[in-house]
Design a protein around this ligand. Sequence first.
Ligand code: NAD
Length: 292
Amino acid sequence: MQLLDGVLVSGHIKEQIKQEVTEWQAEGGKKPHLAAILVGNNPASEAYVGSKVKHCEELGFDSTLLRLPADISEAALIAEVEQLNNDDAIDGILVQLPLPEHISPDSVINAITPDKDVDGFHPISQGRMLLGQPTFLPATPYGIMLMLEYYKIDTTGMHCVVIGRSNIVGTPMTILMSRNGNPGNATVTMCHSRTKNLKEHTLSADIIIAAIGRPKYVTVDMVKPGAIIIDVGINRIDDPTKKSGSRLVGDVDFDDVAPISSYITPVPKGVGLMTICGLMKNTLLAAKLRGR
Ligand code: NAD
């Protein structure tokens, strides 16, 4: 078993990004500038946004964090997005999900101008991805592709089972893994909450990408020996042995599955770090495409 090490790969990619930013600035370009919108004070969202802002500093990007109250109206939030759309200093906009119940995430995402859609969630970005055109790829699936690429894992002809069909992870992952390219060229099965006999599908998988949101849901009896395991899940479970009383685990039962897998991502320090790389690469690309 080999660990797909998010710390190692993201460190390597961040060095490349830093270098590219330096070169871009030497050519007269401005620092890439990411604007993040955080609505309310969900602790997990606070942590994710905080990490994204910190990475901006580390990579030589500018960042703006807009904190908005949980009771903001959808119209007022969209007005904030539009202001960022029209602000020439901003290259990339991200709205941290989830949003409060009374706000439609689709309406807010649709309001982001596609040339600043660095999370890759806008219908235009997703449509371009579907058609294989250059675009901002959704950050998590993009990060996973970068990780497979780094380890030179040839997925051609593999059976890839993606568990989860969200617009931000599961669905785009199926598109990227089946695209004509490497990583890609896989035969893909998408499984979801209504799939019957999930285990029948996963047992025939050469690569499993789990994006479910259920702690340790993929157990060793569901995995073919030698399979590649990409664990996207981030779940907090009680752990009285920890000072905080809890810890993070993935959607895969790592301790049991790791020994029979060929490659596996840990949680934490796996896919989460790669998501940030995807976001940062998109932000740099946005700055370059805007030609500032
Ligand atoms: P989501 O809730 O939108 O989607 C979960 C998907 O899992 C759904 O499509 C559903 O059909 C499927 N599902 C639920 N129960 C199932 C079951 N019993 N069997 C098969 N499929 C089932 O979640 P999401 O936004 O796609 O995120 C999934 C997980 O990944 C969460 O834990 C989330 O925190 C994590 N996540 C991590 C990163 C990262 O950077 N590592 C990024 C985004 C999401």
